[in-house]
Design a binder for this molecule. Structure first.
Ligand SMILES: [Zn+2]
Length: 195
């Protein structure tokens, strides 16, 4: 880390004991980023740590990025997010398998949806009531899950940014987001009027 007492400064700004948090390095990501995980855990990507060690991030930027993550925990909504993730797990698993299949055989990009749609139509026409309901629920989930998950995570990002701004990290957060705008680190810009 850059040569300053990150922990002391974080405690001063947030009023929370950093010993309650666990920091991990998440090596597999090439984006300089930080993540909030369950159980008061905060993951810092290898790229983020490299930037810190190379003094390519200012003290304010590092503090802002981590305070944003602390904000995810402080809101208490992380537990609800975890529940949502579990509920949507069948959806994300299927989406992952479809992506992998398409990467493996590119022609599946058209064939797979066509086959699924055909199967859906056949089941709707000839299946039992239970099967029909299941097909309809699957179609609803296909549309609703990504939309709801996107809306929820954007809401969470806004409130974590708000937390950082409320805890003296406004300028650091803005310059951090500006520097990594092209990487889509955050879902939005923090308004320049925010303190
Ligand atoms: Zn966040």
């Amino acid at each position: 880390m850059a040569g300053f007492a990150v922990t002391d400064e974080l405690e001063a700004r947030t009023g929370l004991a950093m010993s309650d948090f666990r920091f991990y390095s998440v090596s597999h990501s090439i984006e300089p980023n930080a993540h909030s995980l369950g159980g008061h855990s905060i993951g810092l990507t290898g790229a983020f740590i490299t930037l810190c060690e190379g003094d390519e991030l200012t003290e304010d930027q590092v503090l802002a990025a981590i305070t944003h993550e602390v904000g995810h925990h402080a809101g208490g909504a992380l537990r609800f997010s975890a529940v949502l993730t579990w509920l949507a797990l069948p959806y994300w698993t299927t989406a992952f398998l479809v992506r992998e299949a398409v990467e493996w055989k590119p022609w599946l990009r058209l064939a797979l949806p066509a086959a699924l749609a055909a199967a859906g139509v056949v089941l709707l026409l000839h299946g039992s009531t239970l099967v029909r309901v299941a097909v309809i629920l699957a179609v609803v989930a296909l549309i609703a899950v990504p939309v709801l998950a996107g809306a929820w995570s954007q809401r969470e990002e806004f409130s974590a940014d708000e937390y950082a701004v409320d805890h003296d990290c406004g300028p650091g957060l803005r310059s951090y987001l500006r520097q990594f705008e092209h990487l889509d680190v955050a879902a939005h810009e923090v308004g320049d009027t925010a303190g």
